[in-house]
Write a protein that binds this ligand. Structure first.
Ligand SMILES: NC(=O)c1ccc[n+]([C@@H]2O[C@H](COP(=O)([O-])OP(=O)(O)OC[C@H]3O[C@@H](n4cnc5c(N)ncnc54)[C@H](O)[C@@H]3O)[C@@H](O)[C@H]2O)c1
Length: 441
């Protein structure tokens, strides 16, 4: 008599054949691109989301993220390889479940893990022996084994035998034209070696390189370390730009000069403050967990302090520059260019523009904004509508404040027509043809 095929062997064959049914919980900036990559190579993929509007848009072939083209989505829908749904019943039919839900902070700046718990509980409620569950959301070290594993084991499943669980952080940079899901190596840490092997085999179908690590905790920490590294270096660049101001030197010129060193230096640039769902948030997941273990992460809190002070610094630059032109902030017309947290995308989560525009308005400035990616912007309960920055708008403004250096802006025209520019991104070209004063961060 032939021995029955074990769950791991069966799943590994289904992965190799691209027959494994994959569900991706959360169809946002992370979940949608990864779902589409698996569907593109032939896996049957379901994108599960609790937001009915988002699901309806996806089901009709409309993508809301810059990394997924609507026509690609439509082709996958037509081929029957991708479906979007709000129905969790799909989880019971899946061989693989990826969890890509938000991991924000509470008001107290502690991790808010409620979305991960809700998604994992849903997956555990529909668990079927033989499933591979992978958490991709950025989270504190220990989440996979301390939080997820017991939820699935409660159904009587046996880890490494009929339950496979791993952590694999998503590392995309939405809107980055060079590095997309398929270009970025995947880090994989499984609860057992079989869990790791299966998760690694799955990702090898869509990315050229998978880096396997010994535990989920190592994978969780690797993602946090990457973002702490970025946060700390941005803070250093921000503080360096303030130091250079005291010395009357352009910080960008110094950083660009230092960056000519071909080793041992990586340039980071100052900005009006950090934003988005990752850099301001993820480091605090690590410091929270480490604090519970009796250690205070000093670099993280100092970087956070410096970065969070940048909006007030920018406000000071605007006030000072207006003052030098004998203008008060109260009543000044300020045209803000770019309210997204960074160049080329429409994501305003945690954008420093919220704090800066809010403070300018509270101080009596008349603020308008232009952002080709953000048609409406909510500040202190008021909805602002984006304007097209015409020559008249630029000329009429007492100050043009550049917060996000979108490629769509005409920086030559901005330089030619504006009386005063406060440029937090070093995006306006040099002196030639400039009408007024230029203040750089
Ligand atoms: N955005 C990035 O640049 C980026 C990069 C790498 C990693 N990450 C991490 O990936 C995770 C997801 O981030 P994102 O930017 O994709 O978030 P997002 O807000 O764009 O998308 C999350 C989606 O999950 C859905 N959702 C929430 N709870 C759900 C549930 N219980 N069931 C089904 N759907 C649910 C939401 O409706 C939303 O559509 C976070 O942990 C984030 O830190 C984000």
């Amino acid at each position: 008599m032939q021995a029955p095929v074990d769950h791991a062997t069966r799943l590994s064959r289904r992965i190799a054949d691209h027959a494994a049914r994959i569900s991706v919980i959360g169809q946002g900036y992370v979940g949608l691109p990864v779902a589409v990559e698996f569907a593109k190579v032939g896996f049957p993929v379901a994108g599960l989301d609790t937001d009915p509007d988002r699901v309806a848009a996806l089901a009709s072939g409309r993508s809301h993220v810059p990394d997924v083209r609507s026509d690609d989505l439509q082709a996958l829908l037509r081929a029957g390889r991708y479906q979007a749904t709000t129905g969790p019943a799909i989880l019971a039919e899946s061989d693989v479940v990826l969890i890509c839900v938000p991991t924000p902070l509470r008001k107290s700046k502690d991790p808010d893990i409620t979305y991960v718990i809700a998604a994992a509980k849903e997956a555990a409620a529909h668990f079927r022996p033989g499933q591979l569950i992978i958490l991709e959301s950025t989270t504190y070290p220990g989440t996979t084994e301390e939080l997820l594993l017991p939820l699935f084991q409660a159904s009587g499943a046996s880890i490494g035998e009929d339950l496979f669980l791993a952590f694999s952080p998503e590392r995309i940079d939405p809107g980055n034209p060079t590095f997309k899901v398929k270009d970025i190596p995947k880090i994989v840490g499984g609860v057992t070696p079989t869990c790791r092997r299966l998760a690694a085999a799955l990702y090898r179908e869509i990315v050229p390189r998978v880096h396997e690590v010994s535990t989920p905790k190592v994978a969780e920490l690797a993602k946090l370390y990457e973002n702490v590294f970025r946060n700390v270096n941005i803070a250093l660049a921000n503080e360096f730009s303030i130091m250079c101001r005291y010395l009357g030197v352009d910080s960008r010129e110094v950083i660009d000069a230092a960056a000519t060193k071909p080793f041992g230096f990586m340039p980071f640039y100052p900005g009006p403050g950090i934003g988005g769902h990752c850099i301001p948030v993820d480091p605090l997941y690590l410091s929270w967990k480490v604090r519970l273990n009796g250690y205070e992460a000093r670099f993280i809190s100092l970087a956070d302090e410096i970065n969070r002070a940048m909006p007030a610094h920018v406000l000071g630059l605007v006030t000072e520059a207006l003052n030098e032109a004998s203008r008060a902030l109260n009543g000044a017309r300020i045209l803000v260019l770019g309210v997204a947290y960074k160049r080329g995308i429409g994501d305003t989560r945690e954008s420093p523009a919220h704090e800066i525009v809010g403070a300018l308005r509270r101080k009596g400035a008349q603020v308008s904004y232009a952002d080709p990616h953000v048609p409406t912007f909510h500040v202190d309960g008021t909805e602002l509508k984006a304007v097209e920055p015409t020559e008249e708008d630029l000329r009429a403004a007492d100050c043009v404040l550049i917060l996000a250096d979108h490629p769509e802006f005409d920086y030559g025209a901005i330089a030619r027509h504006s009386a005063l520019i406060v440029d937090t991104r070093h995006s306006v070209p040099g002196i030639k043809g400039r009408r007024g004063r230029l203040v750089r961060l």
